[in-house]
Write a protein that binds this ligand. Structure first.
Ligand SMILES: Cc1ncc(C[n+]2csc(CCOP(=O)(O)OP(=O)(O)O)c2C)c(N)n1
Length: 639
């Protein structure tokens, strides 16, 4: 595709050379470029399409990068990347050595704050504003936050604080009436009420008409009109009560209203935080996105003409197995409830929702609340399954410790996206949950080695009524053995199992790296080594009998886990060094994630980098066991 305008724009300074009348065409090209890019790379599309005009208008009016622009979550920032020096790299998005799928400081001076987990922008922006004031620097700080992200406690803490600090922070609400799914909560209804007020449309048309008459300079007349509109609409808004100067709602796709309003904000010396409410449409301008239920929030590569996904696999994902199994539980047990923090489809709970709508609680992007609410449900005898991605569960750590573990409440944690997640990179990797959960008294933590095991762990969890339990499982598909008669059998708590009985060397694996262990064993067989392979199943409590057996019958034991240090391997070592009475002659090593954040690339590439692919595991064992370097290059598959 050819891009007449975009070809001439590498940075916002180039954009600012164009006339206002050309910005519409530029926006259209930017929209096309974004769609074309994501059709090839996959990633987040709907959110970016919803902020095309906002992106153009903000960079046109404000003096970025001196003025700081913070995109909340950062999944909508692809058009921003195109306009800020990364146009020629945009098709490397989310690939090894390519651009990041969210916002990160190291990528560009136009990215003043790294984002990916939601609802951080106002806090970070306020910090910047305070710093600027101390330095007598009058740069503007602009935070763009979605209505979904506005459901998180962190955002309210920041709004609350901004009101009292009385700093000239600019918060733009990108209200598209969507989170990943439909947004939930009283704030969402409140915003809808603001929109449906009669004034909205009349003010919008008024601003439009006025600005039509004033194409060049945004004169005082417009300012007065806007003041008037402010008085009409915002009389008693929550945002005003919080100490903000509230403006809007305005149409976030209409440059004729967007530009003068932003210009006014910039020129005005309002000495208090400003809240501009923009109405946008997720997926705007691409029919398949607009028509789809999730507005193409996150997509695989797709056919540009039809919007059809170029699907990667039709095998069931772990999330789907979770959703299906929980739904079956709820068929037979009225105490089973599901809780999600704005991730109904991501966690597979859309499947649960089909039959048990009334038993599913989407609490918004509010992981802390999700956990404590689940604790409350458990006190009343319910069986809450709270499904949260490992990375987002980090937000709820105090709730897990204080509200759940100390009170020994039987909350069931379904920890999705455990381990490396690939293209979403370090901000989304599920690296730390084993470490932060397995140190907690009263906790039971399981990790399935295949999808049947996930089902069994869920059955186990269902039966644990006297303390919290958790099961962590990876993104994507996995091994599923059809008609496995043991699927419904709960596990004995703290019991692992030996899968392959070998000699000399044992691998004690926790989680889905078991497949790589099997592959590694094939390589080791070529060296006449037949390793024992054991599935630990439990990170807490660990199976000390199994560990004793491995230690007593092997020269070398290697533990493997898809997580950081301080997790399963550490617990095993703690047992060996501090609890086990018998002296240990066996050489024990642990394989876990290295002490660095692993960059975005495919999960396979990530596991190679970490040294947890089959070749690396075999090599590690051979090196340690034989204490010499053995070249096993010839076994490596081409990757
Ligand atoms: C703490 C946290 N929980 C969950 C997510 C997953 N997530 C990414 S975008 C998103 C929805 C955001 O909605 P909104 O802010 O309205 O932006 P939109 O996509 O509608 O433009 C969610 C839940 C996240 N990024 N961070």
């Amino acid at each position: 595709m050819t891009y007449k305008y975009l070809e001439k724009i590498n940075f916002p300074s180039d954009l600012r050379k164009f006339n206002i009348s050309e910005l519409k065409n530029i926006s259209e090209e930017l929209r096309k470029k974004t769609i074309e890019t994501v059709s090839k790379t996959g990633g987040h599309l709907g959110a970016g399409l919803g902020v095309i005009e906002l992106t153009v208008a903000i960079h046109y009016v404000f003096n970025t990068p001196r003025d700081r622009l913070i995109w909340d979550v950062g999944h909508q920032a692809y058009p921003h990347k195109i306009l800020t020096g990364r146009k020629n790299k945009i098709e490397t998005l989310r690939q090894k050595d390519g651009l990041y799928g969210f916002v990160r400081r190291s990528e560009s001076e136009y990215d003043p704050f790294g984002t990916a987990h939601s609802s951080t922008s106002i806090s970070a922006g306020l910090g910047m504003k305070v710093a600027k004031d101390i330095n007598n620097d009058d740069a503007n700080i602009i935070c763009v936050i979605g209505d979904g992200a506005l459901s998180a406690g962190l955002a309210y803490e920041a709004l609350n604080n901004a009101g009292v600090l009385n700093k000239r922070l600019i918060v733009i609400l990108n209200d598209n009436e969507m989170s990943i799914d439909r947004p939930v909560g009283a704030m969402s209804s409140y915003l809808t009420k603001l929109l449906s007020s009669k004034q909205y449309s009349s003010i919008r048309s008024m601003i439009k008409n006025i600005s039509k008459r004033l194409p060049k300079k945004f004169s005082k007349t417009l300012y007065r009109a806007e003041e008037y509109s402010k008085g009409l609409v915002s009389g008693g808004t929550l945002f005003e009560e919080l100490g903000f100067y509230y403006l809007g709602p305005i149409d976030g796709h209409n440059l004729d209203s967007l530009l003068p309003v932003l210009e006014n904000i910039k020129k005005n010396n309002i000495d208090k935080p400003i809240f501009l409410h923009c109405i946008t449409k997720k997926g705007k301008g691409y029919t398949p996105a607009e028509e789809s239920e999730d507005k193409f929030h996150g997509v695989n590569k797709f056919d540009l003409k039809t919007g059809e996904s170029i699907s990667i696999s039709n095998k069931k994902t772990y999330s789907e197995i979770f959703g299906e199994t929980l739904s079956k539980f709820a068929d037979n047990d009225e105490k089973v409830l599901a809780i999600t923090a704005a991730m109904t489809s991501g966690t597979g709970l859309n499947i649960f929702n089909k039959n048990h709508k009334e038993k599913l609680f989407d609490v918004g992007i509010a992981e802390q609340h999700a956990v404590t609410m689940s604790a409350g449900l458990a006190t009343e005898g319910f069986k809450p399954f709270v499904a949260i991605y490992s990375t987002f569960l980090q937000r709820a750590y105090d709730q897990i410790v204080h509200d759940v573990a100390i009170q020994k409440l039987p909350v069931r944690f379904a920890i999705d996206r455990a381990g490396k997640v690939g293209a979403d990179g370090p901000t989304h990797a599920g690296s730390f949950d084993i470490a932060f959960l397995s140190t907690l008294p009263n906790f039971i933590l399981m990790a399935p080695s295949n999808q049947n095991e996930l089902i069994r762990m869920m059955h186990t969890s269902l039966l644990i009524n006297d303390r919290p339990s958790a099961f962590r499982y990876p993104r994507g598909t996995g091994i599923f053995y059809e008609n496995n008669i043991k699927d419904k059998d709960p596990l004995e708590i703290g019991k692992g199992k030996i899968i392959n009985e070998g000699n000399d060397i044992a691998i004690l694996n926790l989680g889905t790296r078991i497949q790589s262990c099997f592959e590694a064993a094939k390589i080791l067989n070529q060296y006449n080594i037949n390793p024992t392979i054991a599935d630990a199943r439990f990170a807490k409590p660990i199976d000390t009998k199994l560990i004793d057996l491995l230690l007593d019958n092997h020269k070398f034991v290697l533990t493997i886990e898809e997580g950081s240090s301080g997790g399963f391997g550490s617990t095993v070592l703690n047992y060996i060094h501090n609890i086990r009475i018998k002296p240990t002659v066996c050489n024990v090593k642990n394989l876990f994630f290295p002490d660095k954040f692993i960059e975005h690339q495919s999960p396979e590439q990530q596991y190679i980098e970490i040294g947890m692919d089959s070749d690396s595991i075999a090599k590690k064992i051979l090196n340690i066991f034989d204490n010499k370097l053995i070249n096993i290059q010839h076994f490596s598959k081409k990757k």
